[in-house]
Design a binder for this molecule. Structure first.
Ligand code: FE
Ligand code: FE
Length: 172
């Protein structure tokens, strides 16, 4: 790819965004890696088969998100390196708390969906910003890759709402 080399500030529009872009990429790479463990746990705890398989499917998508982020780093000539995401750490700590609190109750699946949707919204915000930065700096390949993941996060969020409304949150 032609843009496999890091563009110099001279020919990159909105170069002032570069450091922020890289920092946010590192944050979300860390977050995605942390989430792998969280989703495994949520899949293990879910009662309804539909919810369990939704978590499992998103777990394998999340593995793809990690790989895709590596491609994004590569597309701008950088080595992929994540950093610990404190927000994801907090969201997953809260997920653990909510699991403990509702473990034996009938609302566990509803609680798991709430925790998972908070995670998805964090990711949607992160990828949404990253797509904008990539677009403004004309990193076309990075923009395309980040947008693919953004769409998968949004689809997951919608799917979780559907599961909540059709079975997990209603008395059957
Ligand atoms: Fe993700
Ligand atoms: Fe996600």
């Amino acid at each position: 790819m032609a843009n496999n080399q890091k563009k110099t500030n001279g020919d990159m529009p909105n170069a002032h965004l570069h450091e922020l872009f890289v920092d946010e990429l590192r944050d979300i790479l860390g977050a995605e890696k942390q989430l792998l463990k969280g989703l495994k746990k949520m899949a293990g705890k879910a009662n309804k088969e539909t919810l369990k398989s939704a978590f499992e499917e998103h777990l394998s998508q999340t593995e793809g998100h990690v790989e895709r982020l590596k491609q994004v780093f590569d597309s701008v000539g950088l080595t992929a390196r994540g950093k610990k995401c404190k927000a994801m750490e907090g969201l997953l700590n809260e997920a653990d708390e909510i699991i403990e609190e509702f473990e034996d109750g009938e609302v566990l699946d509803a609680a798991l969906i709430a925790a998972a949707q908070k995670v998805e919204h964090y990711e949607i915000a992160s990828y949404g910003c990253l797509v904008s930065y990539a677009k403004l700096m004309e990193h076309a390949e990075a923009e395309e890759l980040l947008n693919q993941t953004l769409n998968e996060e949004k689809e997951t969020d919608v799917k979780l709402t559907e599961i909540a409304m059709s079975e997990a949150n209603v008395v059957q």
